[in-house]
Design a protein. Structure first.
Length: 576
């Protein structure tokens, strides 16, 4: 800033200036709070902006942890110290258990879902490990409704809490329960509330809000389902009844300290169910922590990862993996099964396993026809002779041309015809037909600009980071890594080489996944191998390359035009 000025001010983004056509943010509008004695900025002043991270919940979490430290033998400390000892049998009347299992079977549970529900009925602790496409939300909703119905038939009360890291995850499960109560004959017998109020459009349409000051009014309900953040439950622990069942959804994104905020509302013999998948996106952690001495996930990781890796994988005491995949075809499932989830992870039905994209007649560049062949669901495209940092315009152009070919020729499986022209067709295509994933906003911008050059879109293309894609699916997915500069990759190795991010990207598609990876990412210096997390991600990339080579065929294309001198090696794994 100008000489003579001193002090501090804080700036928050109030608005943004967006180039709608290019899909880029061109500027930000800052709301500035000035420190004491600091005069407002005048035109011509210069300032240096430093990022600042503020965790508004850390003070409450620290207070709760200090309180728990003073309570020897509390449930949270016992869970962390010895989760297998925490996973003790629970008492439930035999007739309730029999009726609940019968209801669960009638709701269409798969074999692995039945095993998980049996564990949930019999044990105080259950980890529901739900890999992509295994119907975790369907399972949780029908599991809790089966228990509620069985208890109500036998005149017993039941009080259930649902929490998660995000409002969206909480409300998604509550709405699923709301939509399913009729099938269990519980329309008037289960009171469902979202503490404080709904935050998503879907939740606002379906859920009744329960302000904190009115929480005591529902204590007498014989069957009650409450959803809320850990902090909402923490504020009401003295006024809420002890819960018979606490479900923590997306527990692979929740840290142990956050579970500490809510666990006190669980009754002495109440069940704790944590659902998630620690091979998908982990919690956002601001800071670096030394690796634990035992080599297992520590308290800075998710509570799900912490507990799952302390169970015996050969004879698990509380972990139940859902295995039947309702999303991906056999080829896409097989890669995930061979590398991460084990041989039991497979398509739920032959119809799911045989899914493939269908293309209308048309012509395209040779590499596009080869990459989009429906008989090859998993494709790896490796760019040779390209050196860029976080923005790879050649790769962006290739991805855009693939996307535009799909827009014109991809058959909508619901109609049996290509997506129609116009805004509605564009919107449906980007909602159900395709989305494009990239780790960097710079590459996202490059892809969006390339898409705009190729075609006049009447609905915004869905091009975003993997964080926005978790939990979603489409017929086809294109993954564009972009980064081909070794120094850039090394500077952010854990991010670029994140195994979890690649896993989420590869498991969003139902029938076709095309991955662009510049050659330097597959042949990095030894520094990457020295980072344990980056090394795991590199291994997953190399596994993908080997899988496509082993189960398919490979071909190299010499590109021309603005990509002259660049070679594209395409490896594709056949259906089977």
């Amino acid at each position: 800033m100008n000489p003579g000025r001193s002090g501090a001010c804080f700036a928050m983004v109030r608005d943004s200036i967006v180039d709608r056509k290019a899909g880029l943010v061109r500027g930000l509008v800052l709301e500035v709070t000035y420190g004491q004695g600091f005069p407002p900025f005048e035109e011509g002043d210069l300032a240096v902006l430093h990022p600042r991270f503020t965790d508004f919940t850390v003070e409450r979490a620290v207070e709760r942890l200090l309180d728990l430290d003073a309570q020897p033998g509390n449930a949270f400390i016992r869970l962390l110290r010895d989760p297998r000892a925490f996973a003790v049998p629970v008492r439930e009347r035999e007739e309730v258990v029999c009726d609940a299992e019968r209801l669960a079977r009638g709701s269409g549970f798969t074999k692995s879902q039945e095993r998980a529900f049996r564990q949930m009925l019999q044990n105080r602790l259950t980890l529901v490990w739900g890999p992509p496409g295994t119907g975790k939300t369907h399972f949780l909703a029908n599991a809790l409704l089966s228990l509620v119905k069985a208890r109500r038939v036998h005149g017993e009360r039941v009080r259930i809490g649902v929490t998660a890291f995000t409002h969206a995850a909480i409300e998604n499960l509550l709405v699923k329960v709301q939509e399913s109560v009729g099938g269990f004959g519980l329309d008037a017998d289960l009171a469902i509330y979202k503490l404080k109020g709904a935050r998503t459009a879907r939740g606002e349409r379906s859920l009744e809000a329960l302000p904190h000051e009115r929480a005591e009014t529902v204590v007498g309900c014989p069957s009650l389902l409450l959803g809320g953040t850990v902090h909402s439950f923490g504020k009401l622990e003295k006024s809420l009844p002890s819960l018979d069942l606490l479900i923590v959804d997306e527990a692979s994104q929740m840290r142990p300290a956050e579970l500490a905020m809510v666990l006190s509302v669980l009754g002495r013999e109440g069940r704790l169910v944590l659902a998630g998948d620690d091979l998908q996106l982990p919690p956002v952690v601001q800071g670096a922590y030394p690796p634990p001495e035992d080599g297992l996930p520590g308290l800075e990781d998710s509570i799900f990862a912490y507990l799952r890796h302390r169970d015996d994988p050969d004879r698990p005491a509380y972990t139940c993996q859902l295995q039947e995949n309702w999303r991906m075809n056999r080829t896409l499932s097989r890669f995930a099964a061979e590398t991460l989830y084990g041989p039991g992870y497979a398509p739920a039905t032959d119809a799911v396993g045989s899914r493939h994209i269908a293309l209308a007649e048309g012509e395209a560049e040779e590499y596009i026809e080869w990459a989009l062949d429906p008989a090859y669901p998993l494709v790896l495209c490796v760019l040779e002779n390209v050196r860029t940092t976080v923005e790879n315009r050649i790769e962006a152009g290739l991805a855009a041309r693939l996307a535009c070919t799909l827009r014109g020729r991809l058959i909508d499986p619901d109609t049996g015809r290509p997506y129609p022209a116009g805004a509605d067709g564009d919107a449906r295509f980007w909602q159900h037909g395709l989305f494009i994933v990239s780790p960097h906003h710079a590459q996202i911008g490059a892809v969006q600009e390339s898409l705009a050059r190729e075609r006049a879109w009447e609905a915004r293309p869905f091009v975003d980071t993997v964080d926005k894609m978790q939990g979603q699916e489409a017929e086809a997915v294109i993954v564009s890594y972009g980064v081909s500069d070794v120094e850039t990759a090394l500077a952010e190795a854990e991010f670029i080489y994140s195994r979890n991010r690649l896993n989420v990207s590869l498991t969003r598609s139902r029938a076709k996944c095309v991955v662009f990876l510049p050659r330097p990412l597959l042949e990095p210096p030894l520094d990457v191998v020295g980072d344990e997390k980056a090394a795991a991600g590199l291994e997953h990339m190399l596994d993908l390359q080997e899988f496509c080579r082993t189960h398919g065929e490979m071909r190299t294309f010499d590109l021309d035009g603005e990509a002259a001198g660049v070679r594209l090696t395409v490896m594709r794994a056949r259906a089977g």
